[in-house]
Design a protein around this ligand. Structure first.
Ligand SMILES: [Ca+2]
Ligand SMILES: [Ca+2]
Length: 134
């Protein structure tokens, strides 16, 4: 293969990679999780990566010194990850990432505790458990 051919092949491979990245991002947007039920399905055992352990950490999101929020990080078998925030076992927000690389793609919160994540929030924003969950 000539140098020119090698460069063309590399450019072509990069183009395909970028295309696949955009396609998976578009799919992630299409399959956006809208409800607690859809979230629970996404993090059910059969959809998780068996080689990765779910991580758990407690957070003080409301700033009262008590770590009321339980955060769990799930690794999905399609190569993504989902961070879920719970207060007394009830889910109130999550963040989704299709490739396990910073940053997360998007994050949502259920502000009125009706089981529907109606509010998009910044993936780095601090958010406390909604009053209705307490
Ligand atoms: Ca707290
Ligand atoms: Ca809601």
């Amino acid at each position: 293969m000539s140098l020119r051919q090698k460069v063309m092949a590399a450019a072509c491979a990069m183009g395909l990679t970028v295309g696949a990245g955009l396609a998976s991002r578009a799919m992630a947007q299409d399959s956006q999780i809208r409800t607690v039920a859809e979230l629970n399905r996404a993090i059910s055992a059969e959809n998780l990566d068996p080689s990765m352990r779910t991580r758990m950490k407690r957070f003080d999101k409301d700033g009262d010194g008590y770590k009321e929020t339980v955060g769990r990080l799930y690794f999905t078998k399609d190569g993504g990850r989902i961070a879920v925030s719970r207060y007394k076992r009830a889910v109130y927000s999550f963040a989704y990432d299709h490739d396990r690389l910073r940053p997360f793609d998007f994050a949502k919160i259920d502000k009125d505790c009706d089981g529907i994540f109606e509010t998009e929030i910044g993936t780095n924003s601090e958010y406390r458990p909604p009053q209705c969950i307490k």
